[in-house]
Design a protein around this ligand. Structure first.
Ligand code: GLN
Length: 479
């Protein structure tokens, strides 16, 4: 049985039809059967079985004592620290590095009895949109193994899509959970900046990074968020606002006001099937009594350039710690310290990571700082302001998740700018720090999955997820 939500798993456990060990075995079999998709960097086979055995025992002794995530088998993106396990950000430079502690989010999942089955592939340092930028090779889309699963959390999406786990924890700096979720027909959720602690998440661009989830159902995304969210003394940017109850989500009992951008739906890059499915969805919302209106937004074309200036600037600083001395990979033939730095970084980072470090160093350099970095900060400010103005009149902003469907492996590898443009619809949420969730809309060009994105106001995840659940895959899922 391929489960699509935790509630169904729990119902079967309660009925005696399965238990944690049987679940883990079933997922391990799937991992074996889908090896060709190159999803996992490491499978924690023995450990997951042992965790399952202990949880089954705990349940048998006292069914009341189990955590909120009992029965939830998860995969982790290779950017999240899990104590005593390797974490490499999909890069050679961290090869062999073991986490000394668990990320706060990971710790909270474990405390609620989630089982972690393995560590999945991603673009190096979460830089990329198709998983082609990993030291561990390309991960493939289970809907068409010649196509990419999206990125950078491509392994997360493929692991859920191929039913090798129930849900996955990834990170989203510019769309990295939402875009792969869209490419694989799943639910991808990025919360408000600061809602989940980033402690133990390897940093790419710290003012954009957030931990997010990929799952089959909105209800599972909501539950995972509820467990991971909240203040953390180890991350000063983690918000102190009380965490709403996300699970169970309230039912949608009102008509909402939704804004969308004509400039997005008529964008020259957009695939016709995505435009049509999005328009059909808008019509459906209208016929359900919601108000859906086009609002002007003339900043769309500035989003990508500003994002790539700001994130590369932050990345160039964040990645300076990988020097060949402190973590992971070291080139051992270097003659002195400076050569050790140079050779280790030259061999440890991929060309794309180097490109971004260089670009980031350039935009932060004395002569160009104002022309690029300060200018991009101003653009970010404007996007933030304009987005918040829209929320004065509307509950949500609706946007296609991606301009196109999953492409074939290698199709965009030679043109970084074309790859960057694939993020055009997801980056706004990270620029403004607001939550966004992508739900599947159906199949588009080449029968590949298409997703739509709902953006909400900062810290209004509950409203956003409640709406998404009403229109998401949950409705067709049996519990
Ligand atoms: N594709 C975008 C980038 O390469 C987004 C990545 C992400 O969200 N981590 O920066």
């Amino acid at each position: 049985m391929n489960y699509t939500n935790l509630q169904a798993v729990r119902a079967d456990i309660q009925a005696g039809a399965t238990n944690c060990q049987a679940l883990v075995r079933q997922y391990l079999d799937r991992i074996e059967a889908t090896k060709a998709l190159n999803i996992y960097i490491e499978v924690f086979e023995e450990e997951a079985l042992e965790q399952a055995r202990q949880l089954d025992q705990k349940y048998q002794q006292n069914p009341e004592s189990i955590g909120r995530l009992f029965g939830m088998v998860l995969s982790l993106k290779d950017v999240l620290c899990y104590k005593d396990h390797e974490v490499t950000a999909g890069s050679r430079i961290l090869q062999g590095f073991k986490s000394l502690f668990s990320a706060t989010a990971v710790q909270r999942l474990l405390e609620e009895d989630a089982i972690i089955i393995g560590r999945v592939n991603c673009d190096q340092f979460a830089m990329g949109s198709d998983n082609g930028n990993s030291y561990y090779g390309q991960t493939w889309n289970a809907a068409d193994p010649e196509r990419v699963p999206g990125g950078s959390s491509g392994g997360c999406a493929a692991s859920v899509q191929a039913h090798t786990c129930l849900a996955s924890i990834g990170s989203d700096t510019g769309g990295s959970v939402r875009q792969p979720a869209a490419f694989c027909g799943l639910v991808g959720m990025k919360p408000t900046y600061g809602r989940i602690s980033r402690y133990g998440l390897l940093a790419y661009a710290s003012s954009f990074d957030q931990i997010g989830t990929i799952s089959h159902s909105v209800a599972d995304a909501a539950l995972l968020l509820e467990v991971m969210a909240g203040p953390d003394e180890f991350d000063a940017t983690a918000s102190h606002r009380p965490v709403d109850t996300y699970s169970p989500l309230p039912t949608l009992d009102r008509k909402v006001r939704i804004a969308y951008f004509e400039a997005a739906l008529q964008h020259e890059q957009i695939d016709e099937s995505i435009r049509e499915l999005s328009m059909d969805f808008i019509e459906k919302l209208r016929s359900d009594g919601h108000s859906v209106e086009a609002v002007p937004f003339d900043l769309l074309d500035y989003i990508i350039p500003a994002y790539y200036v700001l994130t590369t600037a932050e990345a160039s600083s964040n990645l300076s710690r990988y020097d060949g001395i402190r973590f992971g990979y070291r080139q051992r033939e270097a003659a002195d310290l400076s050569e050790t730095y140079k050779k280790s970084r030259t061999e440890g980072f991929s060309p794309e990571v180097k490109r971004r470090i260089m670009l980031g160093t350039f935009v932060l350099s004395a002569g160009y700082y104002d022309a690029y970095y300060t200018k991009a900060q101003k653009v970010r400010r404007l996007i933030h302001q304009r987005t918040n103005e829209i929320f004065e009149e509307y509950d949500f902003i609706l946007m296609p998740a991606t301009p196109g469907v999953a492409w074939k492996g290698g199709d965009k590898s030679n043109d970084p700018v074309e790859m960057y443009l694939a993020d055009i619809f997801t980056v706004q949420a990270n620029m403004a720090g607001i939550p966004a969730v992508c739900i599947p809309l159906g199949e588009g060009t080449a029968n590949m999955p298409v997703g739509i994105q709902i953006m909400g106001q900062a810290f209004k995840e509950q409203e956003m997820l409640c709406f998404a659940r009403h229109y998401g895959p949950d409705q067709g899922q049996s519990a």
